[in-house]
Design a protein around this ligand. Structure first.
Ligand code: SDX
Length: 431
């Protein structure tokens, strides 16, 4: 990409600085302020990074105004309809759609890494049965550093590749084990003769007492949910993974940090919080009460599954998820699902309300996903772990992109300090 010669002029306190402007292939120009402190002696201040580009990336682009999401240039709605999760993983990791041979090789490599070290089974037993599966996943994924030493040297491209495949392959197994452990059922080993999504469903729902055939409708819905959650630019958990990785920490520890961040209800935890909110609303006649609460500045309540830092239009993933919810419930013979009816009526009312219209608050990826996962038989506590399984490829792809960038530096933000200036210690008898 040709370097831009455009500059932004910043004048203050008798100084004038010309800051380079870089023009992306898509999205707004960025003003490069990396020399601002050295040349001007000042910091910028942007808590929450509402106007800050933290890195250069080629993986995913979101146009929040158009409600468009591109993975390596391909629109998410086309990928959800025509592709499948492991092919999207290949695209995110390597930048291009695979040939048939490349895809077969990639799927074989992932399939042959789905088992976890047998000794990790004991690790689960240290948790209380009622531990949230996200707590278990943070612990177990972080512990992968203690089991897979031969893929923790991030300076070795081959070890980076092995670690990437291991995480994509093993996260479904670990999430399913976290679920089985929480319900007191034995772990179910992955199988090499069924596909990624079907394997996850089987590891979650099969029991040794009888054969289990994965419903192809459920497998297709599961795969589509994985595809829709795979990556999303520099969201909070991806930024966490990038910052943790910038110190050179091993990839397993960095992905564990991403899982911890995703858990929050403002981020990946919103799918669980949203279904619980829809159940609390219960019937369409109670929706106005909750809309009023969501608009009340003195009430911390927010409509879960609504709003987004980037999308100021429909989240394209929510559109696909809404279609899938209708299809999956219909194909599963679940008609007039009360939670889905509340969700659709809540969406209709909110999108006509000037508060939501003025603030450009639309349903996001978490608004409908829980309805599908609930219909598939998952407890709400498994909604965010499923998000984490899917997002692992996004975290790993962004991690690989950053680690292989020769200009990478450790992330170390500065601050606006408003605390005490220097003062001397006072002995306790004089306080
Ligand atoms: C994900 O970043 C990503 O890409 C994330 C994600 C991904 O794939 O990685 O897309 C996944 O995390 C989706 C978001 C899931 N979270 C929720 O559904 C929780 C509910 N939504 C919010 O809390 C909120 O909308 C955020 C956190 C998603 C975005 O918050 P922002 O960008 O910081 O916006 P804000 O809090 O400044 O809100 C702007 C205004 C505020 O009102 P004012 O102070 O300007 O008067 O809109 C209001 C907010 O009060 N607002 C809401 C609201 N979301 C924002 N009011 C009621 N209900 C809501 N849901």
């Amino acid at each position: 990409m040709a370097e831009s010669t455009k500059t932004a002029t910043l004048s203050f306190e008798g100084k004038t600085l010309d800051l380079p402007i870089r023009t992306p292939t898509a999205g707004p120009d960025v003003i490069d302020i990396s020399k601002l402190y050295a040349q001007g002696g000042v910091f910028t201040h942007d808590p929450g990074y509402t106007s800050t580009s933290s890195c250069e990336s080629k993986i995913t682009f979101i146009d929040g105004d158009k409600g468009e999401l591109l993975h390596r240039g391909y629109p998410i709605d086309q990928l959800a309809e025509k592709s499948h999760y492991l092919e999207v993983c290949y695209l995110l990791l390597y930048g291009e759609l695979p040939t048939a041979d490349e895809l077969e090789d990639f799927e074989s490599r992932v399939t042959n890494h789905t088992m976890v070290h047998e000794q990790m089974h004991n690790f689960f037993r240290g948790f209380r049965r009622d531990a949230h599966p996200m707590a278990t996943m943070v612990g177990v994924v972080g512990a992968m550093s203690a089991f897979y030493h031969d893929s923790t040297d991030i300076s070795d491209p081959w070890q980076r590749e092995v670690a990437s495949i291991r995480m994509i392959a093993k996260l479904p197994t670990i999430a399913a084990m976290a679920y089985k452990y929480s319900i007191g059922q034995p772990f179910v080993y992955p199988r090499n003769d069924i596909d990624y999504a079907a394997n996850f469903l089987r590891m979650c729902f099969a029991v040794p007492a009888e054969d289990y055939e994965v419903d192809p409708i459920m497998a297709r819905a599961m795969d589509r949910i994985f595809t829709l959650h795979a990556d999303h630019e520099q969201n909070a958990s991806t930024s966490t993974v990038r910052l943790a990785s910038s110190s050179g920490a091993n990839p397993f520890a960095c992905i564990a940090a991403g899982i911890a961040c995703l858990w929050g209800p403002a981020h990946g935890g919103a799918n669980q919080a949203c279904l619980e909110m829809l159940r609390e609303i219960g019937t369409p006649d109670r929706i106005p009460e909750f809309i009023t609460r969501a608009k009340d500045k003195d009430d911390p309540f927010r409509l879960m599954g609504f709003g987004h830092r980037v999308y100021k239009n429909f989240d394209p993933r929510a559109k696909v998820m809404k279609q899938s919810a209708d299809e999956v419930l219909d194909l599963m013979g679940i008609h007039d699902n009360p939670t889905l009816q509340v969700a659709k009526e809540l969406e209709r009312i909110a999108l006509e309300d000037e508060y939501f219209v003025d603030k450009k608050l639309y349903p996001n990826v978490d608004f409908y996903s829980g309805i599908i996962l609930d219909a598939m038989g998952f407890p709400t506590s498994m909604f965010t772990p499923i998000f984490a399984v899917s997002r692992t490829v996004g975290w790993v792809s962004q991690w690989k992109e950053m680690i292989s960038d020769p200009t990478m530096k450790i992330g170390r933000p500065r601050q606006l300090y408003t605390g005490h200036t220097r003062r001397d210690y006072v002995d306790v008898e004089n306080r």
